[in-house]
Design a protein around this ligand. Sequence first.
Ligand code: PEP
Ligand code: MN
Length: 345
Amino acid sequence: MLIVMTSDATETDIWRVVETIESLGFKAHPMPGANRTAIGLTGNQGAIDPAPFAELPGVAECVRVTKPYKLVGRDLKHDKTVIRVGEAEIGDEFAMIAGVCAVESREQTMSTAEVVAEMGCKWFRGGAFKPRTSPYAFQGLAEEGLKILSDARDKFGLRIVTEAVDEPAVDLVEKYADVIQIGTRNMQNFSLLRRAGQARKPVLLKRGMSSTLEEFLLAAEYIMSEGNYQVILCERGVRTFGNHSRFTPDLSVIPAAQRLSHLPIVFDPSHSTGNRETVIPMARAAVAAGADGLLVDVHPYPERALCDGPQALLFDMFRDLVAQARAIADVIRHQKEAYQVGAYG
Ligand code: PEP
Ligand code: MN
């Protein structure tokens, strides 16, 4: 259920509703919006009687949420969620999250971070824990890799996005990085999602390579149901019969997710195509489709990369991509302002 407060409800009114929800053994999720706060109620197995809430001061209405997801949906929070870490943000201005696929060495990571920072980007990606198809492939530098990422943040003022492949890795990623990435192979690892939901840092959730939009949103709901509302969705390509591309970038999920959810959604053209020649065209298309940002692999010498070299952009290609993506994002922003179209227009 969703309890919508009046626009003049006080903090005390909100707190009273939260207390009432908790006294009944349920969980309360207050979501402040531009005009009013709505409070999500979860933990109930069946329908709930709205009577204990309907008469409380400051309550405008109690709404039954019929969708399977409650907290990710626009019923609870109409305004878009903006993720902020210091100066860096995702969900308002177009965001570029770029860096190495895997942290392989200090020199490889630092030289890439320097270019990312030079281009005025605020977010840096890099894997210290790599989920590899083969157990014999490079699995990442683990904590040593996180220390290199943390040094890149200190040196270049970048915010770090990095993957946690299991629950012990979440502890480490929380300690060293700014955003916890959950990879496509773990999108339905429910205990990992719950653990990420208990973290104090934002979570970038990649879409499972065979998941529907509803499954994707329900995975985000797992994180939010634990009280972490800072979730960024990421489309990274799905499995189809096509074999001209590593995965098929499903750009149609971008407006569809934005219509149903207030969460920002970014697109990963690198893992979805697996081929650097296709990265820039698909990235342009995603920005035109309204993506809130891009997540891109870059490498100083991709032919020697230990992971995903064929998809990594060379530095000059990356510079071109940033310029092109910003130009398209500006057009989309102006068009939205001029015509006042919806979030998905
Ligand atoms: C990654 O971003 O490094 C990665 C492994 O991506 P995915 O989970 O989408 O394959
Ligand atoms: Mn990769």
